[in-house]
Design a protein around this ligand. Structure first.
Ligand SMILES: NC(=O)c1ccc[n+]([C@@H]2O[C@H](COP(=O)([O-])OP(=O)(O)OC[C@H]3O[C@@H](n4cnc5c(N)ncnc54)[C@H](O)[C@@H]3O)[C@@H](O)[C@H]2O)c1
Length: 352
């Protein structure tokens, strides 16, 4: 391998652009190629980031022997085909969340990774934020004691992305707010607590705001503007309850849109302490010498979580560390999401 890890970025939309900016903060790598089906977009992005090679067909990019690793930053339905083709071409893969459309496709990705002996890092950027890292450290040091309940709340009052486009078309996205944003928090909840064994799920998903596209009132839209001739056949609200054996439980509420104020946090309750991820300050609620104590944690907050992800991926490719989020973990999250959708559809508790 060359001295610097040579990166190709596939998909130059919102997150592909973030990947490019973030790789540029990692001196041990160099972006050598970019690809997008939109010729104008890939040309503009290559110019912006000073990248020499451009492609409109990812197969061509993958043939280039001067690329060691690729970032897959395309709509969810293209995650599996591109990740599998990349492994077959002998590239390491950084795959954006969610892993893919469902768990069986996730298993195909892992098979391709194993056959190639290359690395897969999942794009679980929330793990890299300063408060997530601080909370994980608290938990690893036993400060929360035995964890028995996690509350996940991820509410957007009006936050449907790309209304009518691929985000809201089930065949292309695999689902709505649940697969798009809850995946981050479900991963974060399992990673921070080490509870990687979801066993049973009872849930319900709803589609209340996006269906009547013309009457969806919003202030801003990620991946907008809306395409009123497009499709909305996904969830915009979900609530549910997950068991981790008989040891711990997780309740969640997630909304792309609903009539409640926006808020997002994960609250973790243990028998020695409780803590929230997602607040301005991270405070451990505990007891000290027989008294209740609120301990505010002090730590550096100026972490660029995306750059941290790239740094870890590049180091792993160079054999200097581990990937920041594994494919196996991505698959557990995928299985959990599948079970949530199934529980809603079949109106019953699902055993994983
Ligand atoms: N980690 C995060 O916080 C985060 C945030 C946003 C999006 N994402 C994920 O990143 C992925 C992309 O989301 P986005 O918001 O950037 O979407 P986007 O629509 O802004 O960009 C997707 C890009 O992929 C291109 N594309 C589509 N098919 C392609 C193909 N076959 N080959 C090459 N390029 C192709 C499109 O032309 C577009 O430019 C999704 O899976 C999404 O879930 C992750």
């Amino acid at each position: 391998m060359a001295e610097k890890v040579r990166i190709g970025i596939i998909g130059c939309g919102t997150i592909g652009t973030v990947h490019a900016k973030s790789y540029q903060q990692v001196p041990e790598c160099r972006i050598v190629a970019m690809c997008d089906i939109l010729e104008d977009r890939v040309q503009a992005k290559a110019k912006e980031f000073g990248v020499e090679k451009t492609f409109t067909d990812y197969h061509e990019l993958l043939k280039d022997p001067e690329i060691d690793a690729v970032s897959v930053c395309v709509p969810n339905d293209m995650h599996a085909p591109i990740a599998i083709a990349a492994f077959q071409a002998g590239k390491h893969v950084f795959l954006e969340k969610p892993m893919t459309l469902n768990a069986s496709l996730g298993e195909e990705i892992l098979k391709a990774r194993d056959a190639s002996k290359k690395l897969l890092q999942m794009g679980m950027v929330k793990r890299q934020s300063a408060d997530s890292v601080a909370v994980k450290e608290l938990i690893d040091n036993g400060r929360l004691g035995e964890i028995y309940q996690i509350r996940v709340k991820l509410i957007r009052r009006r936050g449907i992305p790309g209304l009518g486009g691929w985000f809201t078309t089930k065949a292309r996205s695999g689902g709505g707010g649940l697969i798009d944003i809850a995946v981050h928090f479900l991963d974060l909840a399992m990673w921070s607590t080490g509870l990687w064994n979801p066993t049973k799920v009872s849930a319900k998903v709803y589609s209340k705001f996006g269906k009547d596209m013309k009457n969806y009132h919003y202030i801003s839209m990620w991946a907008g503007p809306p395409d009123y001739s497009g499709t909305f056949d996904v969830d915009d609200y979900a609530a549910g309850f997950v068991r981790f054996g008989n040891k711990a439980t997780l309740s969640f509420e997630v909304a792309w849109a609903c009539n409640a104020q926006s808020e997002s946090y994960i609250e973790i309750l243990g028998d020695k302490g409780g803590v929230k991820i997602g607040e301005k300050d991270t405070v451990l609620l505990t007891e000290l010498d027989g008294k209740l104590a609120d301990i505010k944690l002090d730590y550096r907050k100026d972490v660029d979580a995306f750059a941290e992800e790239m740094r870890k991926f590049v180091a792993a490719v160079q054999g200097k560390g581990k990937v920041a989020a594994t494919g196996e973990e991505g698959l557990i999250a995928m299985k959990l999401l599948d079970a949530i959708y199934r529980s809603s559809e079949e109106e019953r508790e699902i055993t994983l």
